[in-house]
Design a protein around this ligand. Structure first.
Ligand code: ADP
Ligand code: MG
Length: 290
């Protein structure tokens, strides 16, 4: 028989927008001392808009946007969705790209009219030894904008800055967690400067930037080494293995299917405030059972 207290807290949970998939891990939520948040789509809305178009000399802004939009139309990354929407909104027709390749956590590669193009992160530009305007780049990224580079083979065509909005509830959640003695940490594949900007805005105690998808669970294991219980909140784009590694995996409801399958708890309304409800409910449930 299901103990009455469990039935009660499960229905309270449902009302609070929490879908509990793993009862045992939910009970453990009261012991969480650290929470690792994914940035894009979790602390932020995951909805990007183009803020700056910076073509190289000899390249037209419209041409740069057309190439970027055509390449991104083959990707389902949140940056890609924003770029395609904004390029189309400017009335620029997209061309048909082919041979698409996702460079996980680093960008993409695809062909356009027989030539090979890339959209690359700053980290990937450095790995490939492609030079760019560092001062211009740093100015944009210190404003919290994510900068991506468009190249034709190794030739830089220009950079685009895209910006995402921090969820207005994120700051309040992090302040509340701090009051509860819980440390908030962010992990992102985005550049250090963008991560630092978000870290400052939200009062995060630590940020990990330029983390490749396969490195996320490794960092989580490090955070677990001093036997602190660590939760991870993510949308599943590149972070499903980390959700599985965490003592408590929490998926944002608007995330990917793999996140839903991996997580112990799902935040049905995609509201970071439900992380607070989850911990409070776990504490309350435990008090009643002893
Ligand atoms: P996060 O960890 O914040 O969710 P990702 O790991 O998904 O970020 O992406 C990391 C970085 O890789 C992005 O900030 C961007 O620079 C680059 N990137 C990945 N996919 C794309 C894409 N389709 N278009 C442009 N940039 C991309
Ligand atoms: Mg993400």
């Amino acid at each position: 028989a299901v103990p009455l207290v469990n039935t009660v807290s499960t229905s309270i949970a449902a009302r609070k927008g929490l879908l509990i998939r793993n009862r045992t891990q939910f009970e453990e939520a009261r012991k969480i001392r650290r929470i690792v948040f994914d940035k894009t789509g979790t602390l932020t809305m995951g909805e990007f808009g183009i803020t700056d178009t910076v073509p190289q000399e000899g390249v037209q802004a419209e041409e740069l946007l057309q190439i970027a939009g055509s390449l991104e139309s083959l990707s389902d990354h949140p940056i890609a969705q924003g770029v395609v929407r904004d390029v189309k909104a400017k009335g620029i027709a997209l061309k048909i790209a082919s041979n698409y390749e996702n460079l996980t956590g680093a960008g993409l590669k695809a062909d356009l009219e027989g030539e090979t193009y890339y959209i690359l992160s700053p980290g990937e530009m450095a790995r490939r030894n492609i030079a760019y305007d560092v001062a211009g780049f740093e100015q944009l990224s210190s404003q919290g904008k994510t900068v991506v580079f468009v190249t034709k083979e190794e030739e830089l065509l220009g950079m685009l800055a895209v910006a995402d909005l921090i969820r207005d509830t994120s700051k309040e959640v992090i302040a509340q967690l701090k009051k509860m003695g819980i440390e908030s940490i962010m992990m992102t594949g985005d550049h250090q400067k963008v991560a630092d900007y978000v870290g400052r805005e939200l009062g995060l105690s630590k940020v990990y930037a330029q983390v490749l998808p396969e490195e996320k669970s490794k960092h989580l294991q490090e955070l677990q080494k001093d036997f602190q219980k660590v939760a991870m909140v993510g949308d599943g784009i590149n972070d499903a293995p980390a959700l599985a590694t965490a003592d408590l995996g929490i998926a944002i409801g608007a995330g990917t299917d793999v996140a839903m399958e991996t997580a112990d708890v799902i935040l049905v309304d995609s509201d970071p405030r439900d992380v607070l409800n989850l911990i409070k409910l776990s504490k309350a449930t435990y008090r009643k059972t002893i």
